[in-house]
Design a protein around this ligand. Structure first.
Ligand code: ZN
Length: 231
């Protein structure tokens, strides 16, 4: 058991070194970049949906405008053929109605154009932002790689020490269990009983658990699965 605990100590040092890399500024910056990339992609999708909506609305407007081509012809025809005092007032009403509808449609189209321009502007802005972020991400990546190179020999040395200790492990089954739990992200695997609390997750343990632990000396925590040792 002593050997396994020594190995756990070395493993802890390896984890601390890796954490140093994972929490360095360059790693944080890189993670922010990945988030920006994800947000950017979502934004592009949103803009594309909006653009499609505008195209659809524009088609509807174009169809409506097409209808007026005929109306204008009717007014023109009436104008040429049988202009008289009787029909002049209805002619004027028709013309006015047509002008009113056309100017409303025109406003509608202008609104669509304005919205399209905004989407184009936003897309360009986003595109530029992402391009700049991508350039910076290469710098972050290089810095992270540099850090990794820095700790690599230290980790290699610790792994060598672990290898040497593994030969002395008596309880192979327990060591296998240790490795399995470590792989599953449970670390440290072996923790001390701290008063009435689990030394891993700090949860207060029931009295009967502690009684049982005093007899068996080693029991898995019911909350975090770590192996609690009573001595
Ligand atoms: Zn626990």
């Amino acid at each position: 058991m002593k050997t396994i605990l020594e190995i756990q100590k070395l493993d802890r040092q390896i984890r601390l070194l890796n954490r140093e890399v994972n929490t360095c500024q360059a790693s944080k910056d890189y993670n922010n970049y990945l988030k920006l990339l994800k947000d950017g992609r979502e934004m592009f999708e949103k803009l594309e949906t909006q653009a499609n909506e505008i195209i659809n609305n524009y088609d509807v407007s174009a169809n409506r405008l097409g209808k007026y081509v005929g109306s204008a012809d009717v007014v023109k025809k009436r104008n040429q053929e049988k202009i008289s005092l009787e029909n002049i007032s209805s002619l004027i009403t028709d013309s006015n109605a047509l002008v009113g509808e056309l100017s409303e449609e025109n406003r509608h189209v202008e609104d669509l154009v304005r919205k399209s321009e905004e989407i184009v502007r936003k897309s360009a802005e986003l595109s530029q932002k992402l391009t700049e972020a991508k350039k910076r991400s290469a710098i972050y990546k290089a810095k992270i790689e540099e850090k990794k190179q820095e700790i690599a020999p230290k980790i290699a040395e610790l792994e060598k020490q672990i290898k040497a200790l593994e030969a002395n492990v008596e309880d192979k089954a327990k060591y296998e269990k240790y490795k399995e739990m470590k792989e599953n992200g449970i670390f440290p695997v072996f923790v001390q009983l701290e008063g009435d609390f689990c030394g891993g997750c700090k949860v207060e343990l029931p009295l009967n658990f502690i009684e049982k632990l005093k007899v068996q000396h080693m029991l898995p925590c019911e909350h975090c699965n770590r192996i609690i040792m009573s001595r």
